[in-house]
Each structure stands twice: as structure tokens, then as C-alpha cells.
Design a protein around this ligand. Structure first.
Ligand code: NDP
Length: 328
């Protein structure tokens, strides 16, 4: 490859716009590791950044793409040498650092994780930030939370990137998992991942009572708003609810009643600034616990040239599972 490479760049002059551009290494951030990016993904947050629906990109021009996997080309960082396979999740990529929608990235090695041996770079991005967030959510749920056999776990946004991986992980850990989805046509797919039941998301979408019939030993919520409020209101005594997303909305129209009368615990999940030790645990557990054969069913290839045009689909909730972007 010549010095120049293809990238999807956000600019804000008179107005905000994204376009494919040709960059050189001089356009990249300072950093002690240069990576040949092989794969990235299309996440909900990428959809927000590309559309400008939320102010994700905080400096301009900026290479978008919140995650990537690739191979180290050059490194002066003690932890990495040329040829190492690495993954980057969040840590400001596509916000204030150049991200993964480019064939090259340069970054501090302090922000990179080595891809576990048993996972290919393509698989690392089939897992991607969504799968890594799903594992962070499972870890948060398990911390003093329900054990398999304690009762059903509700996963909202079930057919999305986080939801599909969360269902797969929880089912393989032995939990009874109920997936809440608005896409009835995906029910068979979700049952195939290990869900034991499907709930129509419409049952959770509207304002509900502060305390409802106790149903869930735990919840992994990707949706926020009324869905999260209803899920909390339906959580059993001592149950744990994790909140990572805002696909329905960023609001939380709830009351304190489930917390003060049922001892329910609400645990936030952030992948972007998660400390390195938690990232390493999450990727190690993904390597050991995620059934990679299911990854093929829950991911599909998205040509880099189509990222821009297909971004609105993820905001509309029309992307099933994980979109893997091939930049190799
Ligand atoms: P996806 O778009 O792949 O999945 C989101 C799912 O939410 C959709 O598939 C849909 O599921 C459901 N959904 C969409 N709109 C609505 C709605 N109006 N009401 C109810 N449900 C809805 O996104 P990801 O799985 O990648 O991410 C899920 C959420 O987690 C996003 O909000 C994302 O921003 C957030 N996130 C947060 C991270 C963090 O660090 N905290 C990291 C990664 C993601 P279905 O079709 O099954 O109903």
C-alpha cells in the first residue's frame, strides 16, 4: 500500500458532514503504535456519529469508527511489537481520537488490548464493542447478582449487537434468558442463540406502574427509557439490572420504589472508559466463553464502501446482530 489510505471522515464547516477521503499517516494522531486496521464494525454509536444525530465527534476533521482490530505495523510501546494482533474499543475513538474507519490507525499502546490467541481479527470485530459491552454487562450482572437457576434474565434490545451476544453468553452460562424484541421475525434466531422465551418489546415500551409483578432475577438492558423503567419495576427482590444503552431513549422515567422496597440494584455499564484490567478480563472471558460458532450466525460482512449509506439502518433498528466492516 502507498502512503495514502481510505478513511471515513467527519467534518464540521458550515454544517456537519461525513465522506470518504484519502489520508496519509501524517493525518493520524500521535501515538506509539501504528496499526494496519483490518476490521471495524457498525455500532449504534457509529450510526449516531455518522448521521450527526448526537455530537459523538468532538473534534474535526475526525476519522469515525468506535472500534477496530488489526495488526501492529510499528511500535515503540513496551507492550507491543510489529505483528501483534490488537483490538481497540472506545477510549475516545471517534470522539476525540481518530477511529477505526481507516486502513491505518496510530494510538497509544496503553489503549490497546492484544486479541486473544483463539480469536481471529475478523472474529474480534464480529464480537466488537457490542460483544465486549455484552460481556461487561454479564460481568456486572454476575457481581453479587443472580446465579443460573435463580430465575429468568431479561435481555432488552435482544436482536441488536449487544443483545444477541448477551443472550448467547447468558444461555451458555446456564441462565434462563428471555429476549425482548420488536422483531417477531427474529424469534427463531434468538431462540437458536439460547433464549428460552421471547417477549414483545411493546409490552415494555410505554409508561407503566412503579411496581409491577416480579418477573426477572436480572435484566441486561440496552434500551433505556420506559423499557428500562418497566424492567426495573418487574425485577424480583434482590435482583440486578444493568443499563448500557439508550436505543429507546436516554430518559429513565422510574421511581425509587423498586430500589427501596425490593432491594433492586441498578448497575451502569460503560465500555468506553472501562479500566484496562476490566477490558482484559472481558476479552479473556469472551475468548473462553463465547461460542464462536454462533458468531457467524450473528454477524455479517459490510463492505467499507457501504458504511456511510447503511448507517441510518442501525439507528432505525434494522440491523440484525453485528455488522463487520472489512478494511483489509
Ligand atoms: P443495535 O442497534 O444493534 O441494537 C439496539 C436494539 O435496541 C435494536 O436492535 C432493537 O432491538 C432495540 N431498539 C431500537 N429502538 C428501540 C426502541 N425505540 N424501543 C425499544 N427497543 C429499541 O445497537 P447495539 O446493540 O450496538 O447497542 C445497544 C445500545 O447500547 C445502544 O443504545 C448503544 O448506544 C449502547 N451501547 C453502549 C455502550 C456503552 O459503553 N455503554 C457500548 C455499546 C453500545 P429489537 O429489534 O430486538 O427490538
Amino acid at each position: 500500500m502507498s502512503d495514502s489510505f481510505n478513511a471515513l471522515v467527519a467534518r464540521k464547516d458550515d454544517s456537519y458532514a461525513c465522506a470518504y477521503e484519502t489520508l496519509t499517516l501524517d493525518d493520524l494522531d500521535a501515538g506509539d503504535v501504528t496499526v494496519a486496521v483490518e476490521y471495524s464494525t457498525l455500532n449504534f454509536k457509529d450510526g449516531l456519529a455518522i448521521s450527526g444525530a448526537a455530537p459523538i465527534a468532538q473534534r474535526h476533521p475526525l476519522v469515525l469508527g468506535i472500534d477496530y482490530a488489526g495488526t501492529v505495523l510499528e511500535s515503540t510501546h513496551a507492550g507491543f511489537t510489529a505483528g501483534d494482533r490488537v483490538v481497540m474499543n472506545g477510549y475516545g475513538a471517534s470522539e476525540y481520537l481518530h477511529g477505526g474507519y481507516a486502513e491505518r490507525a496510530r494510538v497509544s499502546g496503553d489503549l490497546l488490548v492484544k486479541v486473544p490467541e483463539s480469536i481471529s481479527n475478523a472474529q474480534a470485530m464480529a464480537i466488537g464493542t457490542a460483544g465486549y459491552t455484552a460481556m461487561l454487562s454479564v460481568m456486572a450482572l454476575q457481581k453479587n447478582g443472580p446465579a443460573p437457576g435463580d430465575g429468568p434474565i431479561l435481555v432488552t434490545g435482544a436482536a441488536g449487537g449487544v443483545g444477541t451476544v448477551a443472550i448467547s453468553l447468558l444461555a451458555d452460562l446456564g441462565y434462563e434468558v428471555i429476549g425482548s424484541t420488536g422483531r417477531a421475525q427474529e424469534s427463531e434466531f434468538l431462540l437458536g442463540l439460547g433464549a428460552t422465551g421471547i417477549l414483545d418489546r411493546a409490552e415494555l415500551s410505554d409508561k407503566g406502574k412503579p411496581l409491577q409483578k416480579e418477573r426477572w432475577a436480572g435484566v441486561i438492558d440496552c434500551v433505556g427509557s420506559h423499557t428500562l423503567a418497566n424492567a426495573i419495576a418487574q425485577t424480583r427482590y434482590d435482583g440486578v439490572v444493568t443499563a448500557c444503552g439508550l436505543a429507546q431513549g436516554a430518559d429513565l422515567p422510574s421511581t425509587v420504589m423498586p430500589f427501596i422496597l425490593r432491594n433492586v440494584r441498578l448497575q451502569g455499564v460503560d465500555s468506553v472508559q472501562a479500566p484496562m484490567s476490566r477490558r482484559l478480563t472481558a476479552w479473556d472471558r469472551l475468548a473462553k466463553e463465547l461460542d464462536l460458532s454462533k458468531l457467524e450466525a450473528l454477524s455479517f460482512d459490510l463492505p467499507f464502501s457501504e458504511v456511510l449509506s447503511r448507517a441510518p439502518e442501525i439507528l432505525a433498528g434494522n440491523i440484525r446482530g453485528r455488522a463487520v466492516v472489512d478494511l483489509s
